[in-house]
Design a protein around this ligand. Structure first.
Ligand code: SF4
Length: 197
């Protein structure tokens, strides 16, 4: 038996029963985090914002962060890992899941690579695209026109600027404090590890 965590984009693309049947046939049991990692992450940003005088970069999308760091933006790049990495850390450390393989399915190669670099115990990162190829899952996905993780993650913290996807800049660059950004057009449902075409 192996445990598997699926990202919200994959969950939104398939019928729950079909997905479960397929995973079971391949020896996987779906697992879920106990903690509310989205909220934990949001609270971490809140703390950074309380003490920061500069614009703060959203660190949830590694590819976006890379773009901004390469542009030498004079922003704060807080050491806050993406939500998916928070989930993986919880699952890797859970007593009840010890000693069994845990597979974390990512929407893109960059989150997979980030996860792999952590070398978490008994934990494997794989994109959904790789996973279905490896296990020959042929079910047609629903094509998503919007992300289950839409822009606006920080809206309860403060006003955020209106972001453009693809890390190519933002409108209205005055009075920013936190810069929310997703590299893929409209969000993670267009990640390179997702079938959405
Ligand atoms: S899927 Fe795209 S938007 Fe989402 S984290 Fe990966 S690169 Fe960023």
């Amino acid at each position: 038996m192996k445990y598997i965590w699926l990202n919200p984009v994959v969950k939104a693309q398939y019928d729950e029963n079909i997905l479960e049947k397929f995973l079971t046939s391949k020896g996987f049991v779906e697992i879920f985090p106990r903690e509310d990692h989205a909220n934990i992450v949001r609270e971490k940003y809140k703390k950074v914002l309380e003490t920061s005088e500069s614009n703060v970069c959203d660190m949830r999308c590694p590819k976006s962060v890379e773009v901004f760091q390469n542009q030498n933006k004079d922003w704060v790049f807080p050491e806050i890992e993406p939500i998916l990495i928070h989930v993986a850390r919880e699952l890797a450390g859970r007593e009840d899941l010890l000693g069994v393989e845990k597979w974390i399915v990512t929407p893109c190669a960059s989150l997979k690579n980030l996860g792999e670099r952590l070398e978490l115990k008994d934990t494997k990162f794989i994109t959904w695209r790789e996973f279905i190829e490896r296990f020959s899952f042929t079910e047609e996905p629903k094509i998503l026109h919007k992300s289950p993780i839409p822009m606006g993650f920080f809206k309860d913290l403060e006003e955020t600027p209106e972001g453009e996807s693809k890390g190519d800049g933002f409108k209205n660059p005055t009075n920013w404090r936190i810069v929310e950004s997703m590299f893929c057009k409209d969000g993670c449902h267009n990640g390179d590890g997702i079938i959405n075409e």
